[in-house]
Design a protein around this ligand. Structure first.
Ligand code: SF4
Length: 420
């Protein structure tokens, strides 16, 4: 098979993996090497695939052959699809060739399970070693650690890649048993724990020895499929919180399930991917990571899913009207972050600006506050925005109206779908 044909098959097969960003690590120019991982690298090619995902890296599978049979996956062994596999040499040569032509800034390498997780990981390691050692490639590499791979191989992979990820895929054990019977919760969490422990150890070694090799310096991430199972947003968010708390993940990615197969255990092939739900989970994830929210504050057993009409922070504010209004001139940073329309940057600007004198409502827009949301929840020296009249019911309507123009077309369509 021609290399180009392999590339077409294996890059297309990789598009369902959302856990792909190049952020989180800096490694400057090195004498005798090519590439670096700073965002200003000249060879960086930022582009978006048709479904809106960022594909700044060469995103490809080593092979789409797989001995596993995950029901939701196009590469499962029982699916009749065209198969291909790169040799490690081909993959390394392709990556460095693309890099030199300025097509890409790095590599995102995943794979189906060829023979066994160990066999596949050994091939991945070989490809990465050629890239790093023969071609002296110093750019960004994100590699998948396949559940079930032995710890020695995960360790070797971590010394070659900048970021590792172990995909959870399905948010519950029941979902795994039903749809991915070859995988277990234990086999997924074990490498995650290993990566976390090894990364901590690596940092300690670096503190002692300046030239100690770096283990996955950009940390680890994972991906969860949303909408393939009945798991609620609350369940997904609790799991996310646990992963951030206990495994120190850098990112959890959510991937709206794209039906690629007709199976009674899965949503019908005509079902649209739940993009709006994915969007709400990303917004909530942001609240967990940067705004000090906890999963159980945003959702509970009575309301286990996000309101599709307003973002999670507005939903929280509407359910906690007794917390408001917040006085801009005296509230602390954490309280400011709870106000819809105030973000991390604008909260910091407010803290700095008010040192010079009391802030008025008119000043807030200049500080980056999104007043169409924030105005209902704050006061400046005890005053709300001029001429503002609302009731709890009209407040919801106003917030929905404030949000709608920000939603992309496909999400607007889905909004109608959810409303129905
Ligand atoms: S192990 Fe990965 S590639 Fe193989 S069927 Fe499952 S999800 Fe697909």
């Amino acid at each position: 098979m021609e290399l180009l044909e392999k590339l077409t098959i294996l890059s297309d097969a990789a598009k369902y993996d959302a856990a792909c960003t190049s952020s989180g690590v800096r490694r400057g120019y090195r004498e005798g090497y090519v590439g670096n991982t700073s965002s200003s690298v000249a060879g960086c090619c930022h582009t978006f695939s048709a479904d809106g995902r960022c594909v700044t890296l060469l995103k490809v599978l080593l092979t789409n052959r797989c001995v596993y049979d995950c029901k939701y996956c196009i590469n499962r062994r029982s699916n009749d699809t065209k198969r291909a596999a790169f040799t490690p040499e081909e993959l390394a040569e392709l990556t460095i060739g693309f890099y030199r032509r300025n097509y890409i800034e790095g590599l995102f390498l995943s794979s189906g399970v060829l023979r066994s997780p160990d066999y596949t990981t050994e091939l991945m390691i070989r490809a990465l070693r050629i890239l790093r050692e023969t071609y002296r490639f110093n750019g960004y590499i994100h590699a998948k650690a396949i559940p079930g791979t032995s710890p020695e191989l995960v360790e070797r992979l971590g010394f070659l890649a900048d970021r590792l990820s172990v995909n959870i895929e399905l948010p519950s054990e029941t979902g795994l048993k039903l749809l991915a019977p070859d995988k277990t919760k234990g086999a997924i969490l074990a490498p995650m724990k290993q990566i976390q422990t090894r990364a901590v150890q690596g940092k300690e070694e670096l503190a002692k020895y300046r030239h100690a090799p770096k283990f996955a310096p950009a940390g680890q991430s994972t991906q969860m499929i949303v909408g393939a199972t009945q798991d609620s947003d609350l369940h997904i968010l609790r799991l996310t919180q646990g992963l951030y708390d206990h495994y120190r993940l850098k990112r959890v990615f959510y991937s709206a399930y794209v039906p690629v197969v007709e199976n009674t255990l899965l949503p019908s092939i005509d079902t649209k991917p739940p993009l709006l739900r994915e969007h709400r989970l990303y917004q909530a994830d942001w609240l967990l990571r940067f705004y000090g929210f906890r999963a159980e504050e945003l959702l509970d057993e009575q309301t286990p899913d996000f309101n599709p009409l307003v973002d999670p922070k507005c939903s929280w504010a509407l359910a906690h009207l007794d917390f408001f209004p917040v006085e801009i001139n005296t509230a602390d940073y954490e309280t400011l972050l709870r106000v819809p329309g105030i973000g991390v940057v604008s909260a910091k600007r407010i803290l700095v600006s008010r040192r010079a004198g009391h802030l008025q409502v008119e000043d807030l827009r200049k500080l980056g506050v999104v007043m169409k949301r924030a105005q209902y929840f704050l006061t400046c020296r005890g005053r709300m925005a001029e001429g503002l009249h609302f009731t709890p019911d009209s407040l919801l309507r106003n917030l929905v109206a404030a949000e709608q123009p920000a939603l992309p077309g496909s999400e607007m369509e889905q909004l109608t779908l959810f409303g129905a």
